[in-house]
Design a protein. Sequence first.
Length: 254
Amino acid sequence: MNISGNTIFIPGSTSGIGLALAVELQKKGNTVIVGGRRTDLLEQIAADHPGIDTVRIDTTDAESISSAGKEVLENHPDLNVLVAMAGIMRVEDWHQPGSFLETAEAVMTTNVLGPIRLIAAFTEHLQSKPDAAIVTVSSGLAFAPLVATPSYNASKAAIHMLSESIRLQLADTSVQIIELVPPAVRTSLLPGQEDSEPAMPLDEFVSEVVSLLESQPEAPEIQVERVKFLRYGEARGDYDDVVKTLNESDPHAK
């Protein structure tokens, strides 16, 4: 993926990693479209960041994805990059089915069905572009589980394998599949995470991501240094120690 000269749609980016990444990619000379559910946030983003376009989209709603996809392509026919950013994270207790089922279903709908529907809405168009990319967003927790968030862990493992699989299928096209693998980052993904000492500062994370995209344009995965502890535990042979360390440091595991 070239770091500049793209037209990029980032649904689920009205805050956190998505918004910070949108702002940095615009600075690099890209046309950026931000998507989200809340029109007040979209209006604020448009006012705060002139040149960033916005579109309302609910990534849990198949009809909303279809409608927003048509709007984006009508207004931005040069679109060549999709960043499937939307995701939620919830603490669950699986001792009692009634306490987690609704939450688990919501996590899977947002984190797995959402990206699948987004990719389905844009894949045909992207294949018509000579230099296109789909960026998926998994997590270090796809490779080492946080005990408090079973469905989130599973959803991100699914995104990892989905990325691996569609990369193979689309190898004969112009569409590059890039998997972004964040560690814990200081955002509001979980209550208190924006002030969590073990989590990576948001500005540092996004700066490193943009630097990696620029220096490694052919990379299948974008891994900041801090996520490699989780990403490669099994390969290094210290998986059990990684899982133990991860959960000992997390307040939600207590």
